[in-house]
Design a protein around this ligand. Structure first.
Ligand code: NAP
Length: 447
């Protein structure tokens, strides 16, 4: 690519080429800040325009999803699959069902996935997809009709050797089951085309726990590197979905004191710690009954703060596990002011660029989502392996594999992120994730 090779010039080209996509710009800028200086020291990547090519998805597919609601009205949504990069393996990444889903969000998530999947050390390319469909408040039958209609079109673009979607916000076991059933019917095949499946038809043990457990494991490794441990530490967790609940479960088992959980309406605060029995109730409330945390607060008598985020609660460790940009600059200042020591992102890009700056300046360790939430896609990769060899591994074996993978990711981050007296995990994850994909792209020539 012609032009100056500075961060500012690079980002200007990205903004011009991708107008109206601020979240994607934010994701690219966060990576570019580490990669541009690295590339300047390794001109082979610049000569072959590798990083520019990595910012352009292989293809973006968008399609109409028409379905009928319980009243017989026709409803219309838009479905997407952004196949970002398959240099190191078939496309792999989740499906998100949420009203905010658009090309901007999916390009950001697909781009992040490229680095994350590379860091897992497993052979997986990157994609992301979903729809602006909102499963909240819909009946099971409505969700089923939507999922079948969505899959009737998506099925043309995926396959167990081409693109293997999984869940994300709004897509859990129920949605994956409806979509898998439809794919199986349309293709006349039983293959591991989706991950996050139920155990009865090819799912993997600990997949549902893997992202949250992995995030806690990553924090364990960060603290160990600095001569500390999770035991006895006060933890603030946001979200109460798949990632947050199992992150909280593992933290409690490792001796951490989990004081908060949140949903999009507010957060609960339990000053000592949520215990395993209470967490089980919350898992039932959020995952089975699809209820609100406010209901639990009424029943259990814990504090509930409507419309607020939990970052003002003093803590030593923070785990943003809900959604993007949930820790802003002022939230980061609150965390720093209250003595927080480390942040591990369970969600994708939950911390804004300005907030990361504040955290780093305060000496707080920051594990970026592409490293600390990679446990989910890693166990998805292990689900693919189990489907291919037609075997199912046991819980303990899988947990050891997940633990090893998280540890390997941590080691790579330290290798590339060590600076004087501080480990910049953001930089380490970006560079380590980049190298593997970049070298594969170099080997393929100009494509
Ligand atoms: P989920 O099960 O749908 O849960 C999402 C949680 O975040 C819910 O508690 C939801 O509250 C809350 N939330 C959603 N949008 C919000 C908003 N705008 N403001 C405040 N809270 C909001 O999703 P998930 O699978 O846990 O995913 C959470 C994050 O982790 C996402 O960034 C996702 O991309 C990332 N991630 C997930 C996985 C995975 O394996 N699932 C893997 C890697 C990364 P309500 O209950 O009110 O909706």
């Amino acid at each position: 690519m012609n032009g100056e090779y500075t961060l500012e010039a690079f980002m200007e080209r990205i903004r011009q080429k991708n107008p109206g996509e601020p979240i994607f710009h934010q994701a690219v800028a966060e990576v570019a800040e580490s990669i541009i200086p690295f590339i300047r020291q390794h001109p082979k990547y610049q000569e072959e325009c590798i990083f520019e090519r990595m910012t352009e998805p292989d293809r973006i597919i968008s399609f109409r999803v028409a379905w009928e609601d319980d009243q017989g009205n026709i409803q219309l949504n838009r479905g997407y699959r952004v196949q970002f990069n398959n240099s190191i393996g078939p496309y792999k990444g989740g499906l998100r069902f949420h009203p905010s889903v658009n090309t901007d969000i999916l390009k950001f998530l697909g781009f992040e996935q490229t680095f994350k999947n590379s860091l897992t050390t497993l052979p997986m390319g990157a994609a992301k997809g979903g729809s602006d469909f909102d499963p909240k408040g819909k009946s099971d039958r409505e969700v089923m009709r939507f999922c079948k209609s969505f899959m009737s079109e998506l099925s043309h673009y995926i396959g167990h050797f081409t693109d293997i979607p999984a869940g994300d916000i709004g897509v859990g076991a129920r949605e994956i089951s409806y979509m898998f059933g439809e794919y199986k019917r349309l293709s006349h095949e039983f293959t591991g085309v989706l991950t996050g499946k139920s155990l009865e038809f090819g799912g993997s043990l600990i997949r549902k726990e893997a992202t949250g457990y992995g995030c806690a494991y990553f924090m364990e490794d960060m603290l160990k590197e600095h001569g500390a441990a999770i035991e006895g530490k006060s933890c603030v967790v946001s979200g109460s979905g798949n990632v947050a609940l199992y992150c909280a479960e593992k933290l409690i088992r490792l001796g951490g004191k989990v004081m908060t959980l949140s949903d999009s309406s507010g957060f609960i605060h339990v000053p000592g710690s949520i215990d395993e029995a209470m967490l089980e109730e919350i898992i039932e409330l959020k995952s089975v009954r699809r209820g609100r945390l406010s209901e639990l607060a009424d029943r259990k008598g814990c504090s509930y703060y409507a419309g607020m985020k939990p970052w003002g609660v003093p803590c030593e460790l923070a785990f943003p596990c809900a959604t993007e940009n949930e820790i802003t600059k002022s939230d980061a200042a609150l965390l720093a002011g209250n003595g927080c020591k480390a942040v591990a992102e369970g969600a994708n890009m939950p911390t804004t660029a300005e907030a990361i700056e504040v955290l780093k300046r305060s000496g707080i360790l920051v594990a970026p989502g592409k490293a600390s939430n990679a446990g989910g896609v890693a166990v998805s990769g292990l689900e693919m392996t189990q489907n291919s060899i037609r075997m199912a591994w046991g819980t303990e074996e899988l947990d050891v594999k997940l633990r090893t993978i998280m540890n390997r990711i941590h080691t790579q981050c330290v290798e590339y992120g060590k600076t004087d007296g501080y480990i910049d995990y953001v930089k380490g994850a970006n560079i380590a994730g980049f190298i593997k994909v970049a070298d594969a792209m170099l080997a393929y020539g100009i494509v």
